[in-house]
Design a protein around this ligand. Structure first.
Ligand SMILES: [Zn+2]
Ligand SMILES: [Zn+2]
Length: 170
């Protein structure tokens, strides 16, 4: 497969180009060369807690293909078998690390939309309302009229979705 084909509209978790990402504040950045592994969500209680979310979106990556290009996560030993990596400056969850491999939080990638989960794990702990979320009413941010004045002056300090030479900008 040519470079243009692999980077095109058929890109998915198995595509072969490099994937980059990092935490919200930009203190930690990573790069994965070549194809990603298995993409999933995990509903287990430890993943809920570690992500502060309803479940954890994770994709396995070959250890040899992963480079921390700026900073490195701090780790919490969450069990005798696993460690959770996160940015010590902003708290973004970044990794699940076990003796047999490492997985990275899908939302931390610069282009998460191409990393679709293929399976759900830990469903014995799935929160009872999770499956009904897609049926909830849907509104864009601007539909909250009470937030209009706030949104008009909103300035993001989040790191952009690409690598930067210098961060924060001078
Ligand atoms: Zn950070
Ligand atoms: Zn889990």
């Amino acid at each position: 497969m040519s470079e243009t084909q692999s980077g095109g509209s058929h890109a998915h978790a198995g595509s072969s180009h490099a994937h980059t990402g990092g935490c919200q504040c930009g203190a930690v950045r990573f790069r994965v060369e070549g194809p990603l592994g298995d993409a999933s969500v995990c509903h287990c209680r430890m993943c809920q807690k570690a992500f502060g979310g309803f479940y954890a979106p994770l994709v396995t990556v070959p250890m040899s293909a992963l480079t921390w290009t700026r900073g490195e996560p701090k780790r919490f030993q969450s069990s005798n078998a696993g460690r959770r990596g996160f940015c010590a400056d902003c708290g973004t969850p970044l990794t699940y690390e076990a003796p047999d491999g490492i997985a990275i939080a899908i939302g931390a990638f610069d282009d998460p939309k191409e990393i679709a989960p293929q399976i759900q794990w830990g469903i014995e702990s799935k929160l009872p309302f999770v499956d009904s979320i897609p049926a909830l009413p849907q509104k864009p941010t601007q539909a909250d009229s009470g937030a209009a004045s706030f949104l008009a002056v909103l300035e993001s300090f989040q790191h952009p979705d690409h690598d930067t030479e210098q961060w924060p900008p001078a």
